[in-house]
Design a binder for this molecule. Sequence first.
Ligand code: LRH
Ligand code: MN
Ligand code: MN
Length: 389
Amino acid sequence: MTDLRTAALDALATQTIELPSWAFGNSGTRFKVFGRPGVARDPYEKLEDAAQVHRYTGVAPRVSLHIPWDLVDDYGKLAAHAADLGVGIGAINSNLFQDDAYRLGSLTHADPAVRRRAIDHHAQCVEVMHATGSTDLKVWLPDGTNYPGQDDLRARQDRLADSLQRIYAMLGPDMRMLLEYKFFEPYFYAMDIPDWGTSLLHCLALGDQATVVLDTGHHAPGTNIEFIVVQLLRAGRLGAFDFNSRNYADDDLIVGSADPFQLFRIMNEIVGNDALRPGSGVNFMLDQCHNIEPKIPGQIRSVMNVQEATAKALLIDRTALAEAQQSGDVLGANAVLMDAYGTDVRPLLALLREQRGLDTDPYAAYARSGYQERIARERVGGQQAGWGA
Ligand code: LRH
Ligand code: MN
Ligand code: MN
C-alpha cells in the first residue's frame, strides 16, 4: 500500500460524525408528514436507532438533541441510556421557531419580555448540557423580517448582540456556542443572521467559545462553500458542519446526494487545513430529515458518503498539488485534485471497516440484521421529527 493510502486509513480511523436525533422521527414535506412503520416514539428510541448507525459504520458515536423535541423528565437517565448503547450526547439544539410569542422575532424581538423568554430557553438547554455531558450549544436564529421597513435592521442586530451575550454568559468553561446562519426562511426580506459574516461578527464580539456552524443547505445557489470553510478555519471559528444536500432550498437531503463533488471540495479544504484531526475543534454533524426514505439506512448512507468524500480528499497528492500551484501549472493542479476525486475509495473504506471488525458494507449489514423488521413489529405510533410536534 502506498504511503498516501496508509496515512488516509489512519486519518479515517479517527474521524467521527454526529447524528441528529430528529432524523429518526417521522417527517415530511410542508404538505404531508409521512409515517413509517417502526419509527422511534420517544428520545430513548431515537438513541437506539442512532446506535444502529454507529454499530454498522463505527464512526457515528454522538447524537445531537433538539429541545423541546427531545423533552424527557430525566436527562441524566437519557445520557446513561445513550452510554449503554455505546453512543454519547452531542450538541444541544435550542428551538426559537415554534412559539406564538416569536412571530416577530425571539432574540431580536422589540419586547424585552419576549427576548427574556427566548434567553431563558437557553438556560434550560444549558441545564440539559450539564446533565448529559454535552459541550456544544447550537443556536439557529429563525428571526427576520418580511418587508422593507417592517423593523429597524440595526436595532435588531443590537438586540441580538445583547441577547447572545446573556446566553454566552451561561456557558461553562468547557462549553461552546455554535451559531448557525441561514440566508432565507422562515422570513424572506432580511434574516437577522443570514450569512457566515454576520455569524462570525457576533462570535468575535462574544469571545473564544463562540464559533460558526456551517449548514451546507443554508446558502444561495452557486455559493462557493469551500471558500467559506477556508475563511472560518483561518479565523479559528469553524465550530461545526450541519451536513445535508440541497437542490433548491433547505432541502435536508442525504449528504453528498445532490452534489458529491461539492462535498469533496469541502473536505479537501478540511484536510488541506489540518481540520480533520480530532481536537481541531470542528464537529462534523449531519442535519437531515428523511421524508420518503427509511430513517436508519438514510443516515447510514449519509455517513458513508461523508467517509467517501473524506477518503478522496485524503488521497490528494498534496506535494504534487503544491508543486503544480507554485509553478503556475493551472491544468496540472486541477488534474491532481480530479485524480483523487476520480478514485474509487470503496475498497479502502472496506479495508478500514475490516480492520475494525465491521462488515465491509454497513448498508447491507444493517438490512440483513432484522432490526428494521423488529421495530416495525414492536413499535406502534412513531413520533414526528419535530415540526408540529
Ligand atoms: C434550521 C436547522 C437547524 C436545526 C435544524 C432542525 O434550518 O438547520 O440546524 O434547528 O434545522
Ligand atoms: Mn442546520
Ligand atoms: Mn437547515
